[in-house]
Structures are given as structure tokens and as C-alpha cells.
Write a new protein. Structure first.
Length: 360
């Protein structure tokens, strides 16, 4: 599993202070327990699993069906492990809204202290965000981006987009893919939508190759083709819409792509300013002029513990929550000291849990 998504209804408000403080403590202890048993790769693998992440947010006590689970869970984990980064080798950058735009700065600041090369991590952060905001045009605008990375080079992404028209949010999870431009998403969960343009689907390789070739030429040809398309009647069954593409406005952006001379589609994605409309224009010209279709396949495919903030399935049980934090803290402390009985018990419990899930 490299990536995944989950669709959640948009909810307003935020976690109350008393709950977020507990979420931070429990997230820290759970994170340390996983790091102690499986290392950073184990934690990254779990974060990239949308089902595990959803269950994790529920264990922390947030609304099981709320979009806020994503932002609050990432925030609690970031806050809980912040002061332990140099001990664990794990760093968490980004967040919601304006904080997400600070991700490159936070990555560079962390790498400056560890001596790690920042450029590949910054590139991975930007490309994962560009894919889900521009290359997968599913109606969800990305507004939250959390980048998890470690000194061993491993990384993961949790980011979320909103669709104001439907009142839903979609969450995207990443581990390093083989390619950013060919099915980087796998084991994706959520509801399918009708209007999707998937420019990173494996079956769209021909369309992508032509799009790169077009981007390496002067914009005149693409702009003239777009103008012609808007003046003739196109087939009614066509899934890629022309209505909000304006050739005159695209010329400047396409000129930027031409000046960069991208070698492949991943390089095209990395060109600053090349967003959803420019990529759609190139895909459309490649399809309607040269016969290489773009994919319209939605990449989406397919818990409770101490209660939820909104009282579903019941209000958060504060004494139980505090006892859980303390018990896990003791288990982590003793495991670090070489007392592994509780750690082994936790592993056995996890095994029983997996067996029950498999049986169901």
C-alpha cells in the first residue's frame, strides 16, 4: 500500500482544549510505541493506510465521521512528537491552511539540524500536493498537507481536500511511489464521483507523453487548438469539459512550461504555475487532436475507542482516556528499559485484533 483516501463530511469547530491536550499525550505515547517496535518505516506505513489512520483518530477520541479528524489527528501527532524529533529521527511538517504553505521551510529547517539533504523531501512534498490538487481533478481542493519524514529517508503524506458543493472532504495518503505520474495512489478508500479527470492513471501514458511534447513546443499551437475546439460542437459524450478553459489566459502559463522544457510528466508537474487548467488543456489537445485519451477513472477505491467529541457513539470518557495514556506511557518506558513483557502483550493483542478483522 502506497496511498489511500477517505471521504468525510465537513464539520465546523475545533477540538476543545481539554480533549486536544489528551489527544496530544495519547498520540505521543502511541507513536513512541510504534516507533519502538517497528521503527520509522512501520509508523510511515501505518500513516499511509487510510483505515488505520481513521481508527487512530477514533482512538484519540475525535468525531469518527468528521473531516476534522484528519487535521486534528495530524496536529496532535505533530505536537506530541515535536520535542522528541532528534531522539526519534521523525519530523512532521505542514498542517492546515497557511501552515501547509510553510512545509518546505519546516523541512529545510529540520534538515539543517540533522545534515540531511532537504531538496528531495521538498520535491516529494510539492509533487504529492500537485498530483492531488491538479493532476487528479476530482472536485476536491487540497487545504491540508502534513509531511512526515525521518532521517533514514522515509516519508509519508496525509493531505485533505474539500468539495464545498457536496460538503464532503477527501483524504489522500502517500508513501514514496515508484513514479509520481503513473498510478501513485493505491488501496484508496472513499466514494466515487462522476466528474473526474485522472491525469496520472496508468492507462493515460500516451496522453501524458503527448502533453509533455506539447509543453516543450511554443504555446501557439496549443492555444490555437483550444480556440478551435471552443468554436465547434464537440461530442456530447466527452468527459473532459472545455467550458472553463480560456486559451488566452493559458498562453502565459504554457509559456512558462515551454521555458522549462520538461523531460517527462513528473517534471511538467513540478513546473511552478502549471496547475489543473494547464494540465487539462494539454490533455485535451493530446486527446482530441492526436487521439490519445485521458483517463476519467476516479482513483478512489475502498471505529471507536474512548468515545467521540460530538458524543458519537458516546461522549469521551475522560478517566478512561487518562488511564489509557498512563498505561501506554508506562509500557513504552518499560520497553525502553528492557522490560518487554508489556510490549510483547501489546503485540499479542495486535495479533488477536488482526485475526478478528480477517475472520470478519
Amino acid at each position: 500500500m502506497r496511498t489511500g483516501t477517505a471521504d468525510l463530511p465537513l464539520h465546523g469547530g475545533r477540538a476543545p482544549r481539554w480533549l486536544f491536550e489528551r489527544m496530544t499525550l495519547l498520540a505521543r505515547e502511541m507513536g513512541l510505541a510504534i516507533l519502538g517496535e517497528e521503527g520509522t518505516h512501520g509508523l510511515m506505513r501505518r500513516i499511509a493506510d487510510p483505515v488505520w489512520f481513521q481508527a487512530f483518530g477514533c482512538v484519540l477520541g475525535f468525531d469518527w465521521h468528521s473531516s476534522g479528524l484528519t487535521t486534528t489527528t495530524c496536529g496532535a501527532l505533530k505536537e506530541g512528537l515535536r520535542d522528541l524529533s532528534h531522539e526519534t529521527g521523525l519530523f512532521i511538517a505542514g498542517g492546515k491552511g497557511k501552515t501547509s504553505r510553510k512545509t518546505p521551510e519546516e523541512i529545510e529547517a529540520a534538515c539543517w539540524t540533522t545534515g540531511q539533504e532537504a531538496a528531495p523531501l521538498v520535491r516529494a512534498s510539492r509533487l504529492s500536493a500537485k498530483v492531488d490538487s491538479a493532476a487528479v481533478q476530482d472536485g476536491f481542493q487540497v487545504y491540508h498537507h502534513s509531511f512526515f519524514f525521518a532521517t533514514d529517508g522515509s516519508w509519508a503524506v496525509v493531505q485533505q481536500g474539500m468539495n464545498e458543493g457536496t460538503g464532503m472532504a477527501r483524504r489522500y495518503h502517500w508513501l514514496p511511489p515508484e513514479r509520481f505520474d503513473s498510478d501513485p495512489h493505491a488501496a484508496i478508500a472513499g466514494d466515487r464521483t462522476q466528474q473526474v479527470l485522472n491525469l496520472v492513471a496508468s492507462e493515460g501514458e500516451g496522453n501524458r507523453s503527448l502533453a509533455v511534447a506539447l509543453a516543450r513546443e511554443t504555446p501557439t499551437g496549443v492555444v490555437s487548438e483550444m480556440t478551435r475546439m471552443r468554436t465547434v460542437e464537440m461530442p456530447r459524450h466527452h468527459d473532459v469539459r472545455l467550458s472553463d478553459l480560456h486559451p488566452d489566459r493559458l498562453a502565459r502559463i504554457l509559456l512558462t512550461a515551454y521555458e522549462h522544457q520538461p523531460e517527462d510528466y513528473t517534471a511538467l508537474l513540478a513546473v511552478p504555475g502549471v496547475g489543473a487548467k494547464a494540465l487539462r488543456a494539454l490533455a485535451l489537445v493530446a486527446e482530441l487532436t492526436y487521439g490519445e485519451p485521458a483517463s476519467v477513472r476516479d482513483p478512489v477505491s475502498y471505529s471507536f475507542a474512548p468515545g467521540g467529541k460530538d458524543g458519537t457513539p458516546y461522549p469521551v470518557d475522560r478517566p478512561t482516556y487518562d488511564a489509557t495514556i498512563e498505561s501506554l506511557r508506562r509500557a513504552v518506558t518499560e520497553a525502553r528499559a528492557g522490560h518487554t513483557e508489556k510490549s510483547a502483550a501489546l503485540r499479542r493483542l495486535a495479533g488477536v485484533e488482526r485475526s478478528l478483522i480477517a475472520a470478519s
